[in-house]
Each structure stands twice: as C-alpha cells, then as structure tokens.
Design a protein around this ligand. Structure first.
Ligand code: NAD
Length: 247
C-alpha cells in the first residue's frame, strides 16, 4: 500500500485518479481549490485512507501545508499525481491578456513545479518515489487549447523529462500522462453552451476512437505509471488520446 498526493482531485481526471488509488488500498491526500468538490468525493468514497486539503497548487504555503498533512497522516509520500489544471478557452496569442497567460502558467506549470519540488526531499530520503504529471496532447500539438495552455503543457512535459533525468538514479521515477479529449468539468461547457457542438464533433471526427474519453480511462494509466508495475518507465509521455495525434 502506497501513499499519494493527488492535485485537482475534486473533479474529472483527478477525482478518477483518487477513486483508482483508494480502490487499490493506497492512502490519498486529495488537494483542490474547491472544498465543495473535495467534500463530495469524500462523501462518495467514504474511505478511511482519504484526507483532503483545500489549497492552490500555485501557492507555496498551500503546497507545504498539503505535504505536511500527507506526512502527518501517512508517514510517507510514495506517489505524487500533479493533475490540477485549467483551460484558456482556446484563446490565441493575440487575444491573450498577460493576466490570462500568468494564470494559466501558474496553475498548470508553476503548480506542477511547486508540487514536485515540495515532495522531492521526502522521496529522496525514502530513496523511492513516483511522480505522474498530467500533461496533454497539447504537450505535442496545437489546437487542444489556446496559446497559454499549449505553452504550459509543453512545459509540463519538458519539466517531467528533466525530473526523470535528474532523479532517476536516486530512485524517483517521473512520467507524464497525456490525455486527449476527456469529458470533465474542464470541457463540460463545450457540451452545454450554445454553438459549441461543432467543436465537440470536430474532435470526435479527428479521433480514431470516435468519442471522448471517460476520466477513468486516464486514471487507470496514471495508476499504472505510479505503481511498481511501471518500474522501468522513466521520463515517458503516455499518450491516452483515442488516437488523436496520430490521425
Ligand atoms: P476538471 O476541471 O474536471 O478538474 C480539475 C480540478 O482541478 C478541479 O476540481 C479544480 O477545482 C482543480 N483546480 C483548478 N485549479 C487548481 C489549483 N490552482 N490548485 C488546486 N486545484 C485546482 O478538469 P480535468 O479535465 O479533470 O483536468 C485535469 C487535468 O487534465 C488538467 O491538468 C488538464 O489540463 C488535463 N487535461 C484534461 C483534458 C480534458 O479533455 N479534460 C485533456 C488533456 C489534459
């Protein structure tokens, strides 16, 4: 049984990762800015080994508090799933305000850095740890987001590879999962807002699987990458996109 931190755990892929890890017996510290969402997953899972922390991955104090709570609750941190992320509504560079750019970079990229930096001392002292960052197909191609999101997700993948390079010999594996289209809180507006259906349909048309993913389909790959079953997987970018980027 391992102990994990999952960020963005209140919704979508993060909630699915939490279900998956709790389901296999891991301890999980679920971090999210939205306390209501954390309460909801707590109520759903009723798990003894689930702790929650309301906080922002872009805030050093919130990150440190979550790390401390994980240590106090479980005594080790074996897995970090850095998954919190926000979308820029597909805004092109010319229409991207500095405020939007900073906000997207801070949550998606700086948050991933702050979480990794904060767990490293514990993982190094254990001589073992597994970091799985949620990147995206936007780590490879344009069109899965706007300018800031695509730049941030390219950064998440580069950062993950550097983590693998720097810490592999010290027992820490770092990998990225790169989802394609997943119906979650992040993308729900595309299904519900007027005039967005063509965007949803275009993605289906571009995807050999011919559909959007369920968050659980991403979470199962994250669970694998986080586990000893992936013991020789270092610095990988696991694309889970229904075939979007090869089509
Ligand atoms: P979601 O909106 O359903 O869930 C994201 C969660 O992160 C929310 O509960 C939100 O409250 C939380 N969050 C947002 N900012 C935060 C912060 N600063 N600190 C802590 N928590 C914060 O979205 P999702 O689709 O499950 O997204 C999870 C990850 O997957 C993101 O990194 C996203 O970029 C990535 N991703 C999603 C898709 C997709 O199609 N949904 C595709 C590729 C990658």
């Amino acid at each position: 049984m391992a102990n994990a931190i999952v960020t963005g755990a209140g919704s979508g892929i993060g909630a699915a990762i939490t279900r998956e890890l709790i389901g296999r017996g891991d301890g999980v510290l679920a971090l999210d800015t939205r306390g209501d969402r954390l309460e909801s997953i707590k109520g759903e899972l009723q798990a003894e080994r689930l702790r929650t922390s309301v906080g922002d991955v872009g805030d050093v104090g919130d990150v440190e508090r979550a790390i401390q709570l994980t240590q106090d609750s479980f005594g080790s941190i074996d897995i970090l799933c850095s998954n919190a992320g926000i979308l820029d509504d597909y805004t092109p560079a010319g229409d991207t305000s500095l405020e939007l750019w900073d906000r997207i970079l801070r949550v998606n990229l700086t948050g991933t850095f702050l979480m990794a930096r904060a767990v490293l001392p514990t993982m190094l002292s254990q001589g073992k740890g597994s970091i799985v960052n949620t990147a995206s197909i936007s780590s490879f191609i344009a069109g899965g987001g706007g300018a800031a999101y695509t730049a941030a997700k390219h950064g998440v993948l580069g950062f993950t590879r550097q983590l693998a390079f720097d810490y592999g010999r010290k027992g820490i594996r770092a990998n990225a999962v790169c989802p394609g289209p997943v119906r979650t809180g992040l993308t729900e507006h595309l299904f519900t807002e007027e005039g967005r259906q063509p965007h949803v349909d275009a993605i289906i048309a571009a995807t050999p699987a011919g559909r959007w993913a369920d968050p659980a389909e991403i979470a199962k790959v994250v669970a694998f990458l986080s586990s000893d079953a992936a013991s020789f997987v270092h610095g990988a970018a696991y694309v889970v996109d229904g075939g979007w980027i090869v089509s």
